[in-house]
Design a protein around this ligand. Sequence first.
Ligand SMILES: O=C(O)CCC(=O)C(=O)O
Ligand SMILES: [Fe+2]
Length: 342
Amino acid sequence: MAFETIDLGVMQIGTLEDQKKVGEAIKNALERQGFLKLTNHGIAPEMIDELFAWSKRFFALPDEVKARAPHPPTPTPNRGYSAVGMENTSVHGNLGKKGGKVLPPLIDMKECFDQGAADDELYNNIWLPESDLPGFRAFMESYFEAGFACQQRILSAVALGLGLPPTAFDRLHYKRQNELRLTHYPPIEARQLQDGTKTRISEHTDFGTITLLFQDSVGGLEVEDHTSVGTFHPIESERYEMIVNIGDCFQRWSNGELRSTRHRVHVSQRDLQNQSEFLPGRYSVAYFTKPNRDASVGSMPELLKPGAQAIYSDLTAGEFVLQRSATTYGSYESAGEKQTKL
Ligand SMILES: O=C(O)CCC(=O)C(=O)O
Ligand SMILES: [Fe+2]
């Protein structure tokens, strides 16, 4: 199944008419598949190269150095470094039940670094001491702002596509309460992903508005088919192409018309064909855009189809995201306990 690639360039230089056309194309692709790819998204290739270079430098540090920016042992605040096994999405995807029996959760074979806005009103970022990786913080803060500017271009296009003014989503996002995540999936035996004893990241949906993702050339990202539950299709991207997907909050605003689509990272098609024994390490960078915590994530009246009932109740984004993330984080043992309470 092919995913659409759309040129976002008109959002910077085009006429309003051109922008509406692109907005409609983006909205239609997201409605159909939940995911698409963007070119000319406005984040410079050099910046993307630098982003991956910093990510590699960060994850190459010894474990005891990375542990100097520790993620707290709780899902919130989602800040700092998490070693392999700290966050396990199979719990969140509720996949661990078979014949009514709760199975132990699968460990995500990934390590992450999470960051919010430098001036977030609730949570501080958790940085390494500057001398451990000089320049990392300054670059990552600049990328966070570039991601926000890009988010605004994409959300303006989607707003136009939905028949709203281009600024319709600004009031819901101006606080930049987003999360930027570097992920490294260490090398792994292909067999372990194929037989389900290990996972890179299990089937899940993202919690926020939209996610802006760059992946390296290793591949393995797969997206669930809207027309066939449980069928996953690989989504491959060219270098510098951005993958965009709908998160839970946008699904709620759109009353379910734009679906937060499940995805996972598995063995790539190329590695399957080559019957590779070992998969190389994989790097990705996700910019999770999120509504302001005090914004409602109930169905938006202006997005209700004529005659449709609102299916999502009023709830703040802050409350919603706390509920959604509560089950994913913690040690392997405690994740098992939490799962029984889902
Ligand atoms: O690594 C990837 O390509 C996807 C990661 C992802 O889906 C996530 O962190 O939510
Ligand atoms: Fe995701």
